[in-house]
Structures are given as structure tokens and as C-alpha cells.
Design a protein around this ligand. Structure first.
Ligand SMILES: Cc1cc2nc3c(=O)[nH]c(=O)nc-3n(C[C@H](O)[C@H](O)[C@H](O)COP(=O)(O)OP(=O)(O)OC[C@H]3O[C@@H](n4cnc5c(N)ncnc54)[C@H](O)[C@@H]3O)c2cc1C
Length: 286
């Protein structure tokens, strides 16, 4: 590991000023479960690591505010997986948070870190896309709200500008419940990043959203405007026809060691069917 300076700002203004001044030479540290590995293997070599855990605006916490659920940037996977409103209203997110790593990892790993790392395999991304999450970013120009679908560019790259950091993730509290579920496929049991991730959300009017990752440079979301996925009387053939259309542009890497493209594409359909069935069951359970 190369030597680096360590800074622990106590205010948002200080953190933003440091990130703006150093640009790519500065790296935010939250839980460190991604960052520390990259510092150790030398794939990142920042001049300064900016620990944001003392910045009040990024504090952990989950609260309802003006029709939204606001999740503070440093909220951990453990807190998310256990939160009663998330478990009921945003069940796919609770599922996904509970899958991440191990107990030790989930106690450190933050939601914002999972998104800012921008891995196509990030477990929480599909669930947040299904539920229309918005990333709240603070920077030299003030605060802006970025729909999650406009946040990811490709592995390791987001639309955050120089000097910006994520302060929170907002989830709109829906007037009509969107029941959801998350599924993933890994090479082996235990700790492993997903070879395929999938989240499906359905509401009582039949509307459905589906999001998936690890089968392209970034996670993506698709809307079923035919109401087929949300219709529990739809035939398997009808569901498969819609899935073929919604999943048609998935393009898994040919060089990944985690799974072949053919396997990923096959599993994408299997996981979509499973997540849909779970989401429909949750909708029926109320
Ligand atoms: C053993 C192991 C197992 C894992 N298993 C999984 C898994 O199953 N599923 C999964 O999705 N991930 C997994 N991960 C990856 C990792 O735990 C998650 O991505 C985690 O959520 C990252 O959060 P963090 O707080 O630790 O981020 P950090 O490591 O602190 O940061 C990650 C990146 O985001 C940036 N960053 C962090 N917070 C902010 C912010 N507020 N604003 C701007 N930039 C920020 C950092 O600069 C860094 O580039 C695993 C990691 C390990 C080591």
C-alpha cells in the first residue's frame, strides 16, 4: 500500500473543499470495505483519504420526510436490512442489503459506498432502481438530486462531479404499494459478488418494474408497460415473452471469470421469474 494523507473533516464544507481542491487525488472513505482493498492491491493510489464518518450531513439514519424515506449516506447494510419500513415498503432493498458480504461486512458497508463504488454487481442498485431512488449529492455548487438511473456510467464511474459527495439516498414513499423482491446468483455460497442481480417490483394495478446488474457495464431498469408481469393470471409464455423484450439488451462481459455470458443470460430469466413470484406473493400478503 502506498502512503497517503488521512483527513477527517468535521463539516460538509471542509469535506467538499478538500475534494474539490485535490480532485481525483482525494478519495472518500466511508465503511472502507471496497476502498481498503483497492488501496492494498494498488489499483487506487490517492494522495489523501477523506474519512466522512464525522460529517453530520452524512450521518447514518433512516427517516421519513415529506413523502420520502431519506437514508443517510453512512447508513450500513445491517441497519437497512433490519428497518421495518424498508422491509415492508422497499422489501427488495432489505433483501439486497441482507445478502451483502458477511455480518462483519454489513456492519461496515454503507449504502452510499455501494452506489459510489459503481460496481455493475452492486447488490443494492437494482432494488433502488426499481423503487425510483434519488441520490442526493453536495458539492461546490450546492446540493443536487440525481435520479439513480442517471448516476451510474460504468464500473467505478458515476456522474458525481469534482468536489461532490453523496449525502443521502431518497426513496419516494409510494401512494400505491410497490411490492418487490431481490434475487442474485453467485458462483458459490458464502461471500461472493453476484454473477447476476435482479429486482422486480409489482403494484396492485399490474404495473411492474424490473432492474438487473452484472450483465453489462452498469445496472439498468426496465418498465413493463403491458402490465403482464404484475398480472398473476399471466401464462408462463406471456411472462417469458415480456422478459425476452425487457432483458433483450443485456450484454454480459465475455471476459469475466465469474460466469459465462450464456449462463448469465439464462440466470437473468430464472431470477426474474423468481423475483416476480416473490413480489406477487408479498403483494398478496399485504
Ligand atoms: C468480503 C467482501 C464481500 C462483499 N460482498 C458484497 C456483496 O455481496 N454485494 C455487494 O454489493 N458488495 C459487496 N462487497 C463490496 C462492499 O462491501 C460494498 O460495495 C459496500 O457497500 C461499500 O461501502 P463502504 O461504505 O465500505 O464503501 P467504501 O469502501 O468506503 O467506499 C467505496 C467507494 O465509494 C466512494 N464513496 C463512499 N462513500 C461515498 C460518498 N458518501 N460520496 C462519494 N463517494 C463515496 C469511496 O471513495 C470509494 O470509491 C463486499 C466487499 C468485501 C470486502
Amino acid at each position: 500500500m502506498q502512503p497517503f494523507a488521512y483527513s477527517r473533516p468535521g463539516t460538509l464544507a471542509e469535506a467538499v473543499a478538500l475534494l474539490e481542491e485535490r480532485g481525483p487525488g482525494a478519495r472518500v472513505l466511508a465503511g472502507g470495505t471496497d476502498l481498503l482493498i483497492r488501496l492494498r492491491d494498488g489499483s487506487l493510489d490517492p494522495e489523501v483519504v477523506v474519512d466522512v464518518k464525522r460529517v453530520p450531513e452524512l450521518a447514518p439514519g433512516i427517516r421519513a420526510d415529506d413523502g420520502r424515506l431519506v437514508i443517510g449516506a453512512t447508513t450500513t447494510m445491517t441497519e437497512i436490512a433490519a428497518h421495518p419500513v424498508i422491509r415492508h415498503e422497499f422489501a427488495a432493498l432489505a433483501d439486497a442489503a441482507a445478502y451483502v458480504g458477511s455480518v462483519q461486512i454489513r456492519n461496515r458497508a454503507t449504502l452510499a459506498g455501494n452506489l459510489c463504488n459503481a460496481s455493475p454487481a452492486a447488490d443494492t442498485a437494482p432494488a433502488l432502481l426499481v423503487h425510483g431512488a434519488v441520490v442526493v449529492a453536495a458539492g461546490p455548487e450546492g446540493t443536487r438530486r440525481i435520479p439513480l438511473d442517471a448516476f451510474f456510467v460504468r464500473s467505478g464511474v458515476t456522474t458525481l462531479a469534482r468536489g461532490e459527495l453523496v449525502t443521502a439516498v431518497d426513496l419516494p414513499l409510494p401512494s400505491t404499494r410497490l411490492a418487490s423482491a431481490h434475487e442474485r446468483r453467485t458462483r458459490r455460497r458464502g461471500h461472493d459478488l453476484a454473477a447476476v442481480t435482479m429486482a422486480v417490483g409489482v403494484d396492485a394495478r399490474g404495473a411492474a418494474r424490473l432492474a438487473f446488474g452484472s450483465v453489462g457495464p452498469r445496472p439498468v431498469v426496465r418498465v413493463d408497460d403491458t402490465a403482464t408481469l404484475g398480472d398473476r393470471s399471466a401464462t408462463d409464455a406471456d411472462v417469458d415473452a415480456i422478459l425476452d423484450r425487457l432483458l433483450g439488451d443485456a450484454a454480459p462481459s465475455r471476459t469475466s471469470m465469474r460466469a459465462s455470458p450464456g449462463y448469465r443470460l439464462a440466470m437473468l430469466r430464472v431470477l426474474a421469474r423468481r423475483a416476480r413470484a416473490t413480489a406477487l406473493g408479498r403483494l398478496a400478503d399485504g
